[in-house]
Design a protein around this ligand. Structure first.
Ligand code: SF4
Ligand code: MG
Length: 327
């Protein structure tokens, strides 16, 4: 069956004084109904930009320079802004790191949910309020019939993020983009929000794109994972496979550094060096200066994704074609 989200050869560029910077370079992935795809990588790897491209929020000087994005078969990367605005909120819900990005501090949370419901679904004021209370209950807000009339500042960080999730799902979207939804929360609250996001796929059939730098969060929530590095997908596959048997040297380093959700010890990725700036992406494989396995070809040819069982990996180690005959 058709994926809910299909991203094909996406390219995103930013114009700068130094010339055109390519933030996303030839990224492809699908997300099926009810599936959670985790997108992981260091800051600047292109995870958030990919999410913004999907929801049509790449603003100048950025632009989608190539590729296609399809939502349940409908091409959405080239829609007029007002059509895209209708799709956001209705067919694609969004959850960001800071709940206050999504909530207006001046309005009662219930009014915001009711307004969103009524913008997208044909419901009376009363029915929309009923639905808002049910949603608040579903996301685990106690005494929702009272809390619905509270203002955002009257909720704790974790409760506020639950409100944002209720807002994101209130129009029954097919796809949710969640960008670092738990990063700002206490560790004890993170696990609750994570299980809530996981339930969206299971109970509502929603496809979820979960962007995070935290491999522990991905391991807890995701069905599949895409590991991004310097604007490209280094490896993608079922989460158990990628966690237990990462193929790409960068993914191997990342998996060696999975923090536990309970643990305070959030180790950083144990790979020497840092990700290149967009203005200085190395030729060949962008990971080659940091890679313990790099060989001559890695400094010349860019590796393309190759299927390896259920995984796909962009690394020359998995390709037997000699450099001379590769395009
Ligand atoms: Fe390392 Fe080469 Fe593979 Fe890149 S292509 S990850 S440099 S072995
Ligand atoms: Mg980000």
């Amino acid at each position: 069956t058709e994926p809910v989200l299909s991203v094909r050869n996406l390219q995103v560029e930013f114009a700068s004084r130094r010339g055109t910077l390519r933030a996303i370079d030839d990224v492809s992935f699908d997300i099926a109904k009810g599936e959670v795809l985790g997108v992981v990588g260091e800051s600047g790897a292109g995870k958030s930009v990919t999410g913004l491209a999907v929801i049509g929020l790449i603003d100048p000087p950025g632009r989608i320079a190539g590729g296609e994005i399809h939502l349940a078969g409908l091409r959405i990367d080239n829609l007029p802004p007002e059509e895209m605005r209708r799709i956001r909120g209705k067919r694609i819900g969004m959850i960001f790191q800071d709940p206050l990005t999504s909530l207006n501090p001046l309005y009662r949370v219930g009014d915001q949910i009711v307004e969103t419901i009524r913008t997208h679904l044909n419901l009376s004021e009363q029915a929309a309020r009923r639905r808002a209370i049910d949603l608040l209950a579903e996301v685990g807000i106690p005494a929702p019939e009272k809390r619905i009339d509270g203002y955002p500042h009257e909720f704790s960080g974790g409760m506020r993020q639950r409100v944002v999730i209720a807002l994101a799902i209130c129009a029954e979207p097919e796809l949710i983009i969640a960008d670092e939804p738990t990063t700002a929360l206490d560790v004890s609250v993170q696990a609750q929000i994570i299980s809530l996001i996981k339930r969206l796929g299971r109970d509502h059939g929603t496809a979820v794109m979960l962007v995070t730098h935290d491999m522990g969060v991905i391991a807890e929530t995701s069905d599949r994972v895409a590991v991004m590095y310097a604007g490209r997908v280094a490896e993608i596959g079922p989460v158990q496979d990628v966690v237990r048997n990462p193929l790409h040297p960068y993914a191997k380093g990342l998996m060696g550094a999975i923090p536990t959700l309970a643990g305070e010890d959030k180790r950083l990725v144990q790979i020497p060096g840092s990700m290149p700036r967009l203005s200085a992406i190395p030729r060949g494989c962008s990971f080659n200066p940091r890679c313990a396995f790099a060989f001559d070809r890695c400094r010349v040819d860019r590796p393309e994704p190759l299927p390896q069982g259920a995984q796909s990996v962009a690394c020359h180690l998995y390709d037997n074609v000699p450099a001379e005959s590769a395009a």
